[in-house]
Design a binder for this molecule. Structure first.
Ligand SMILES: [Fe+2]
Length: 295
């Protein structure tokens, strides 16, 4: 068997068959997956149930693992004493479960992370380097909702009004790790926690190194535009986000247990969707850093 890809949406998204990610991958398959990521922006693999350790080792084949927000967790008073549920710092627990494997109370601070994930974002755009690929595996799913939506930032750029293209060309936005959480009312962070992720700036218009396509690098971690007042910058960022997330640019993934979705954070934004938080929703995420290194 070799990797084959079927397009699931007019603009992006490939469904992959012919590969078992739990087995060591051949160099040709890894190359084919990188190539498919460049053209499709995100890939769906079915029937890939695996342990956290398998997911960590599998992800290493695609790049350098990164920790993202887990780095701040140890400095967060509410989470400092909790070991990662997955057993590995590189395998993020994207669940609503506590250490007793039951859904946490909706007032638990962990829920803030679940809520922030329901806002459109690119993983780790608040750090330099940011995330390249995220790989999210569905373990337990609620009876309704909890889908993940993705939008195509390349198509969104292509369809910008020419005057808007001229407006955003050369502009830079500041991204900050805690912006979305503070916006949601979770603002009790120590100076030490705040200092873990100093703000970083990224061009709003970037060219993807693989596809060579221009794209809008935005999302909820962007909190201001350099050279503009906070108000003008935020309204511009909100306008761009509204444009990029119109239904024609969006794919909604309805999860099945064992689905693994791999997306390119340089080409897409994503958000989780609402579900009944009394029910279990458990996914696990690994992430590669946007650096060229051993793969
Ligand atoms: Fe995310």
């Amino acid at each position: 068997m070799s990797v084959s890809v079927r397009r699931l949406h007019p603009l992006f998204v490939g469904e992959v068959s012919g590969v078992d990610l739990r087995e060591p991958l051949r160099a040709a398959d890894i190359a084919a997956i990188h190539e498919a990521m460049d053209s499709h922006g995100l890939l769906v693999f079915h029937d890939q149930a695996m342990t956290p350790e398998q997911q960590r080792e599998m992800t290493r084949q695609f790049g350098v693992l990164e920790l993202g927000f887990a780095r701040v967790a140890g400095k967060h008073a509410a989470t400092a004493t909790r070991p990662p549920r997955t057993g590995y710092a590189e395998v993020a627990d994207m669940s609503n479960l506590g250490t007793d494997n039951r859904p946490v109370d909706r007032t638990d601070r962990k829920i803030v992370g679940n809520m922030a994930n329901q806002l459109w974002h690119s993983d780790s755009s608040f750090q330099q380097p940011a995330a390249r690929y995220s790989l999210l595996l569905a373990v337990h799913l609620p009876s309704w909702g909890g889908e993940t939506e993705f939008c195509d930032l390349r198509a969104a750029y292509d369809e910008l009004d020419p005057r808007m293209k001229a407006t955003v060309e050369g502009l830079e936005a500041e991204h900050y790790a805690l912006h979305s959480r503070i916006m949601l009312g979770d603002d009790e962070y120590s100076e030490e926690a705040r200092s873990v992720f100093p703000p970083v700036t990224w061009p709003i218009v970037r060219t993807h190194p693989g596809s060579k396509r221009k794209l809008l690098y935005i999302g909820v971690h962007a909190r201001r535009v350099l050279g503009m007042t906070v108000a003008e910058g935020r309204v511009l960022l909100m306008d761009l986000l509204e444009h990029a997330t119109q239904p024609r640019f969006v794919y909604r993934h309805t999860w099945r247990p064992g689905d693994l979705v791999m997306w390119d954070n340089r080409a897409t934004l994503h958000r989780g969707r609402r579900w009944d938080m009394n029910e279990v929703r458990e996914l696990r995420r690994t992430t590669t850093a946007d650096v060229d290194g051993p793969a």
